[in-house]
Ligand binder design. Structure first.
Ligand code: ADP
Ligand code: MG
Length: 319
């Protein structure tokens, strides 16, 4: 079957900066491809090329089998993109904006009103439906913009960091919308800096850094790449944390990470976890809880790139 998105060897430079340095991406129809990477990785450039807004220097990109350069017009008709075509009118109300867009896309007056109402409800904007879009808060404008990008259900939807800056409620709302669209058959390419978001939504993930795909696969495959498991132990007395770390080191030579009241010990297999737990019991250290987990995607990214995916905030830098 033809892939909805097929990218081979894509390159794009801005002066000396290789924004895309030979990127390959594939997304089967009806799937969610998560493009995960830190600031400056090349995510927006990739989305701009795929949505025909930027011409690449080299390589090929096909969306729904169409070449994004040679068949740009046709591609544009069949995709949705957040924040680009929407062109919200700030003097019109939220509802008027959505109705107008639906009308422009060929809906009847009744269909347009119904679709607008559905989207306002979906994005929690009913209370602001008759307020001018220009008066919306940042988060509300973002939601309206997302609603605008799906007025006509696109075959392929590009979401470039759709939840950056959204509060958790709006973020969860957006995730539900994405899941609904995918259930209806839309293919989604979503860029994100949030590992949890990729884990939640994506069928496959391409991790990009400095214009290159450094790893790709299903979320579980990426986690397995790092290998092993993590043993988490939360002692009753926080002072016992260092003792837990010492025991882990002594028993299996592991270096524990102490984080928010938990000692997190990388283990190669369950047997090592049992060995550590048995020492902990012998030493009489009481635990509130313990457990064996897969590594998080954050740990995956750190292992792959040597740095964290989310750009450090000032607190993290100074901490
Ligand atoms: N129009 C542009 N002119 C010059 N440099 C650009 C332009 N767009 C992107 N870049 C550079 O290309 C690199 C990738 O940028 P971008 O695709 O926006 O990354 P991301 O979306 O992952 O943060 C960055 O180094 C950025 O500064
Ligand atoms: Mg970007």
């Amino acid at each position: 079957m033809q892939h909805a998105i097929e990218v081979r060897g894509l390159t794009k430079a801005f002066g000396n900066v290789r924004a895309l340095d030979g990127v390959d991406l594939t997304a089967p129809a009806g799937s969610v491809l998560g493009v995960l990477g830190p600031n400056g990785a090349g995510k927006t450039t990739a989305v701009r090329v795929l949505s025909t807004l930027t011409v690449p220097d080299g390589g090929t990109a096909r969306v729904l089998g169409l070449d994004v350069v040679a068949q740009a017009g046709e591609v544009r008709h069949r995709i949705g993109l957040t924040g680009q075509y929407a062109g919200l009118d700030h003097d019109l109300t939220g509802e008027q904006n959505l109705v107008l867009l639906a009308r422009m896309l060929g809906a009847s007056r009744a269909q347009a009103k119904a679709r607008a109402a559905e989207l306002l409800e979906r994005f929690d904007l009913v209370h602001a439906a008759s307020r001018a879009a220009g008066k919306y808060s940042g988060g509300m404008r973002r939601r309206l913009d997302l609603a605008a990008s799906i007025v006509r259900r696109p075959e392929v939807l590009f979401l470039d960091e759709p939840t950056t800056g959204l509060d958790p409620k709006s973020r969860n709302g957006l995730w539900d919308v994405v899941r609904d669209l995918v259930a209806e058959g839309t293919t989604v390419l979503l860029t994100t800096q949030y590992l949890e978001e990729a884990d939640q939504l994506a069928d496959s993930i391409a991790v990009i850094d400095a214009g290159r795909v450094i790893a790709s696969g299903a979320p579980t495959e990426l986690k397995q790449m790092v290998g092993g498991l993590v043993l988490r132990m939360r002692p009753v007395r926080p002072e016992a944390m260092t003792q837990l770390a010492d025991l882990a080191n002594w028993t299996i030579g592991a270096r524990a990470k102490l984080e928010e009241g938990e000692a997190i010990v990388p283990v190669a297999h369950a047997g090592e976890a049992t060995a550590v737990m048995s020492r902990v019991t012998q030493a009489g250290i009481d635990l509130v809880s313990f457990g064996l987990d897969e590594p998080t995607l954050d740990e995956v990214f750190l292992t792959l790139t040597g740095h964290r995916a989310e750009s450090a905030t000032e607190e993290e830098v100074t901490a």
